[in-house]
Design a protein around this ligand. Structure first.
Ligand code: THU
Length: 157
């Protein structure tokens, strides 16, 4: 028997101003994308922005539906849009921001498991590490790759 351990390393920033120019631009795009949220049920507005390897930024926001499972999270809205519009471009970074009625939460926006799984697959598809930036009003977390937010993904088929 061998005891094993998985460690996650990430960077915490206290302000968007501490981010690199590129990451600040992506985090700002995620915050602005919150405006596109359609959340008449939860009133929780989420914005996501992905950066492609060519520098293009694609944004998305959560879209709810009266038939609840038909709605979609902001992250997958952005990821699927980027995947459909730029199928040959790797996604190198994703930023997420969220808040009630458009007011950003103090703590970083942490993506749901389904969105992490989709991030993992687009990272594998692109063949490049995708950094994950979780944006909050009072702190920001940056993870170097999707592996750090979803270790041991299902990729067996
Ligand atoms: N939501 C996202 O957009 N991303 C996540 O990672 C978690 C949750 C949305 C879905 C729903 O519209 C609202 O937030 C409340 O769950």
């Amino acid at each position: 028997m061998t005891e094993k351990e998985i460690k996650i390393a990430f960077t915490e920033y206290s302000s968007i101003e501490e981010l690199s120019k590129e990451d600040k631009e992506l985090a700002t795009a995620a915050i602005l994308a919150m405006r596109g949220a359609y959340a008449p049920y939860s009133h929780f507005h989420v914005g996501a922005a992905v950066r492609l390897e060519n520098g293009t930024i694609v944004s998305g926001a959560n879209q709810e539906n009266a038939a609840f499972p038909s709605g979609l999270c902001a992250e997958r809205t952005a990821l699927f849009s980027a995947g459909a519009t730029y199928p040959d471009k790797a996604i190198t970074s994703i930023a997420i921001a969220g808040g009630v009625m458009g007011r950003i939460c103090a703590s970083p926006a942490t993506p749901c498991g389904a969105c992490r799984q989709v991030m993992a697959q687009y990272q594998a598809k692109g063949g490049k590490k995708m950094s994950v930036i979780m944006v909050g009003g009072e702190k920001i977390w940056k993870f170097p790759s999707v592996d750090d937010v979803l270790p041991l993904i299902f990729d067996s088929i």
